[in-house]
Design a binder for this molecule. Structure first.
Ligand SMILES: NC(=O)c1ccc[n+]([C@@H]2O[C@H](COP(=O)([O-])OP(=O)(O)OC[C@H]3O[C@@H](n4cnc5c(N)ncnc54)[C@H](OP(=O)(O)O)[C@@H]3O)[C@@H](O)[C@H]2O)c1
Length: 267
């Protein structure tokens, strides 16, 4: 009999939540003990939901007591509510957070949680994007900002709630860090009107939204007489769900602390 990793999914009835439920059901070493979502979440009535019970923050302690790991793919306000209201029940369990658009309040709640639990936070759980972060950092170190302008293009489905994507911002942070600067000072979201000459060192972000695009990121280094492009295309959101499950298996064996997907993958 395999010792199964018991999982609770937050944002359980959403797109990622349902994808996770399907993969967990097919994995012999994993067991879905339940889901957490807001009351009356849109996906609740749709087929493919996780098996009951489905709980709400503030009433999920019993469910969490049966779990080794919580996977959260919801929305920043929901993640914050869950962390605040279930802090005690979450202590000691592995937390894997894929929700994007996290603000300072959520990050600070997660930092507190990391004192009691192994916490993996990543805007993108794919191997390819985590490799891309390293490649982009390497390129940014070698291509000087006064000669090579950086623009980041990303495309996602029409339902995505935040822009630029968490992955695009992570790519921007990798570039800023490689150039010893803070992203806030370099970031330029889209352009319109009389923009004037492009300042050296600026990192431009451009978000395309539409259809059912799973996720595409393209980083352009535009230099004199040449252009380097580094790109990633996700073909199926099961890619992210599979990566999150790899992170959960990994985190369940780690001491409390703050980890990223690059730690999980050893990159
Ligand atoms: N890290 C990664 O690799 C990765 C990959 C894909 C997606 N993501 C992120 O994961 C999160 C979920 O993505 P998804 O595509 O599964 O979204 P989704 O289909 O909208 O699912 C989100 C779930 O959270 C619920 N929810 C609770 N409170 C909410 C609130 N205040 N606002 C919006 N939703 C709320 C939604 O309920 P309702 O249905 O009632 O709205 C839904 O059940 C997003 O932040 C997305 O960017 C991360």
């Amino acid at each position: 009999m395999i010792n199964q990793l018991r999982i609770v999914v937050s944002g359980a009835t959403g797109r990622m939540g349902r994808t996770l439920a399907g993969l967990i059901a097919a994995a012999p070493d994993l067991r879905l003990v339940g889901g957490i979502d807001r009351a009356g979440a849109r996906g609740e009535a749709e087929p493919g939901n996780p098996a009951p019970p489905l709980a709400q923050p503030g009433a999920a302690a019993e469910l969490l007591a049966m779990a080794d790991a919580l996977l959260d793919f919801s929305a920043p306000v929901f993640t914050a509510e869950l962390l605040r209201r279930e802090a005690r029940a979450l202590a000691g369990r592995a937390l894997v957070v894929g929700t994007t658009g996290l603000d300072e309040e959520v990050l600070s709640l997660l930092r507190s949680a990391a004192e009691r639990s192994p916490v993996v936070v990543s805007a993108n759980f794919s191997v390819g994007v985590n490799l891309l972060l390293g490649l982009v950092s390497e390129a940014a170190k070698r291509l000087p900002p006064d000669r090579y302008d950086v623009e980041i293009l990303e495309a996602h489905h029409r339902h995505k709630a935040d822009a630029p994507s968490g992955t695009a911002l992570a790519l921007g942070r990798a570039i800023a860090e490689a150039r010893s600067a803070a992203l806030d000072r370099l970031r330029r979201d889209g352009r319109s009107g009389r923009t004037g000459v492009r300042p050296a060192g600026e990192v431009g972000f451009h978000a395309i939204r539409g259809g059912d695009v799973v996720g595409e990121h393209r980083v352009l280094f535009l230099g004199p007489r040449e252009r380097l492009e580094l790109a990633h295309q996700a073909e199926d959101r099961a890619l992210f769900a599979e990566g999150a499950l790899v992170a959960a298996r990994w985190a369940a064996r780690r001491p409390p602390g703050w980890y990223g997907m690059r730690d999980v993958l050893g990159l």
